[in-house]
Design a protein around this ligand. Sequence first.
Ligand code: FES
Ligand code: FE2
Length: 425
Amino acid sequence: MLSIEDNEYLTKIGPGTPMGTLFRRYWMPFLMSSELPGPDCDPLRVRLLGEDLVAFRDTNGNVGLLDNYCPHRRASLFFGRNEECGLRCVYHGWKFDVDGNCVDMPSEPAESNFKDKVHVTSYPTQDWGGVLWAYLGPQDQTPELPQLEWARVPEDHRFVTKRRQETNWAQGVEGGVDSSHVSFLHRVFADVQEMKAGKDGFLVQRPIYMIQDKSPKFFVRDTPYGFAIGARRNAEEGHYYWRFSQVMMPAYTIIPSAAGRYLTGHAWVPIDDENCWAFTFSWHPDRPLTEEELEIFRAGDQNHAVVDPITFRNFANADNDYLIDREMQRNYNYTGVRGVGTQDTAIQESMGPITGRSKEHLGTSDTAMIYWRRLMIDLAKAVMDGAEARGAKDGEAYRIRGGAMVLPHDADPFETSRTELLATS
Ligand code: FES
Ligand SMILES: [Fe+2]
């Protein structure tokens, strides 16, 4: 559990808050590139870290991210005209470029230099890896782009979706950190013996270990990008089934995949204290994704979800109980909800927008999550005291991959005697 005070410390991300200050040390994905499809396209409203902004792509293809409120009399620039390398406020015609400079002020006399003194807050952006990135922090602390694998692979190796989750960002990350829920929330019923007999090979074996050993042991290790988690389950005689995943600052998670399979990861981007974007990335490091894989993603299975194309809210949402099918729950899967991503959203939203962490009862399977909370609070405190944010200036540290494998007992990939101590301290 966390005290009420620590829960606030962990979850609040507005300007000036400690966690908001930590987040404002990193580049963050905020739109999919396709949402601003070409020069002079329609501007978009953006809410990010509790700030109301407007994004637009100018005539040269550059992306601007400006304060929503025109500095003249505070009209929303969302209604602006996107024309000739700038966004023009439709109230009195003031026009701003992607850097926030006022480049035209037709309501003032031609000889006036007032426009040279006016700026609207603007944040730097980058278009990379299928998403648009923003940096909302101080200029003298500009970080490096995290060299995440999904951003580095060719476009046809990658599939990106996003869904709006009506919870604080931390609830999303906690789902990614907590490997033990996979044995329950995402379980599909099948006879274990039948699965073994029907096919063998690692891809089929993988869920069997997770069904057979529902109480993994967690090991945690600090790293330059955040921290790594090893979840260890019993496998055949003398062997363990290991799932390795990473939590990368400030809010990236990776789902461990078996060798040869595509990988999937998330970015949990705070919209405000009670909403976040769950960006979902599936990619294959060595080959384009197949049509079969893409069909699964588009259908909202696995970790992607089928969403409204304007609001990015899941079609299966709190208003319709995520289309829960009790018959399906009796006979087919654990939840009666379709799709891993929708199952995560459903259960995380069911906890309320900011879960009451002071009322929890945490067990040993929550070890990694407990560690993560403490770490985030400590790193936010350190940044408030003037320290550098972990990983912000070390983009190369993000070149890592999750994975799952069966190893003999003596392999000990996590140096467990050392890391176990770390996990419980
Ligand atoms: S409020 Fe924007 S130009 Fe007047
Ligand atoms: Fe999950």
